[in-house]
Design a protein around this ligand. Structure first.
Ligand code: ATP
Ligand code: FE2
Length: 340
């Protein structure tokens, strides 16, 4: 296949609850995605049900995106998709939509690493060069830095992702998925109305273990505080203060160890203003700079997949259909970084 490096890249995101198709322009800059998400009223995400939802919506999402951008197949130079990590049934829907488009439009197929996409969309839109990434989402919590041609994981959660912890705590309190934004607003309201509050009154376990983190103990302890009668807003505030400080502490140590001076946030929890603020304060204190992508590029979105697809395509790194099976357990450091 002749590789055309001009044109738009289509990006398909389907790792978990969100199905999204987005675009990168010929300069590799992300445009707005069209996204739909499953929002279970009770319990967590059921992978099979989420996959059925994605399959049902895929054609509509694609049509809407093409129509609103006045684009057609001939404008595209490739189609990228999240090959992993994620939930198998959900990933497989994204992969088969991408394979179909690649064949029908006769454009290269590009399987990409979802976690690396969170980094590259941040680098592209914030203009930072060689950051330490604090990647905080539902499924993942990692502190990452580029070394020897790979994004290396310097620290990560030993149990559940921070977003998953927030969502589970919220669900226990009857707050629907995703719980993070509601916890943020309850925490803000609490501390504005109760500025004298002391964290010691709502104390939670320390989430740092060396360069790693752990959140399931925090989840249990927070639920116990509620059972003992602590106000919901106070517990939301305490969860944020404790766990965000833990993440920022590990990120700070990563900056010190690697001698880098840029911090980049990514993942859905990076939408949180309190976390953004703590990161900025830490960076300022050590003469570093903190970068935060626009919220639409922090949450899972197809355009970040397209941004990474464009980088792979530039290096002729495309995916043969025989290598396009999904990789549920793909790790951040498994993907060689060919670009600068
Ligand atoms: P990944 O596959 O990378 O783990 P994900 O499937 O968890 O991603 P994201 O969209 O990156 O998807 O992140 C969703 C998470 O972000 C949810 O846990 C949600 O509660 C959390 N979140 C979203 N907004 C906020 C916010 N304002 N404050 C805290 N958490 C938030
Ligand atoms: Fe994500």
């Amino acid at each position: 296949m002749e590789i055309n490096r001009e044109g738009y890249i289509l990006g398909i995101e389907s790792t978990a609850h969100t199905f999204s198709i987005g675009l990168a322009d010929s300069n590799g800059y992300p445009l707005d995605s069209v996204s739909v998400a499953v929002r279970p009223l009770k319990g967590g995400i059921h992978p099979r049900e989420a996959a059925d939802h994605h399959a049902e919506k895929a054609a509509d999402v694609l049509q809407k995106l093409l129509k609103s951008n006045k684009l057609e197949s001939k404008n595209f130079a490739g189609v990228a998709f999240s090959q992993g990590p994620g939930l198998g049934p959900c990933l497989r829907i994204g992969a088969s939509v991408a394979r179909t488009i690649s064949q029908k439009w006769d454009v290269p197929l590009i399987g990409v690493n979802h976690c690396v996409a969170h980094i590259e969309v941040g680098r592209k839109t914030c203009g930072c060069d060689d950051p330490v990434l604090l990647y905080v989402s539902g499924g993942n919590t990692q502190i990452i830095a580029k070394m020897d041609g790979r994004y290396r994981v310097l620290g990560e959660t030993l149990d559940i992702g921070i977003g998953n912890m927030l969502d589970k705590f919220a669900r226990e309190q009857g707050i629907p998925f995703p719980g993070g934004p509601k916890i943020e607003s309850l925490a803000k309201e609490w501390i504005e109305n109760n500025p004298e509050s002391k964290l010691a009154d709502y104390s939670l376990p320390y989430a740092v273990q060396g360069m790693d983190l752990a959140f399931s103990g925090v989840l249990n302890a927070a639920c116990n505080l509620i059972k003992r009668g602590a106000p919901l807003g106070a517990v939301c505030w305490s969860i944020q203060e404790h766990t965000f400080a833990a993440c920022v502490e590990v990120a700070e140590r990563a900056l010190a160890h690697t001698s880098k001076n840029e911090l980049l946030l990514g993942g859905g929890v990076a939408c949180n203003s309190r976390l953004r603020n703590m990161s900025e304060v830490m960076a300022l204190e050590r003469n570093a700079k903190s970068f935060v992508p626009e919220r639409k590029f922090c949450v899972d979105n197809g355009s970040m997949i397209a941004v990474l697809g464009k980088l792979h395509l530039k290096h002729d790194d495309i995916t043969d259909i025989s290598n396009s099976s999904v990789l549920q357990y793909l790790r951040t450091d498994q993907t060689p970084i060919l670009w600068t």
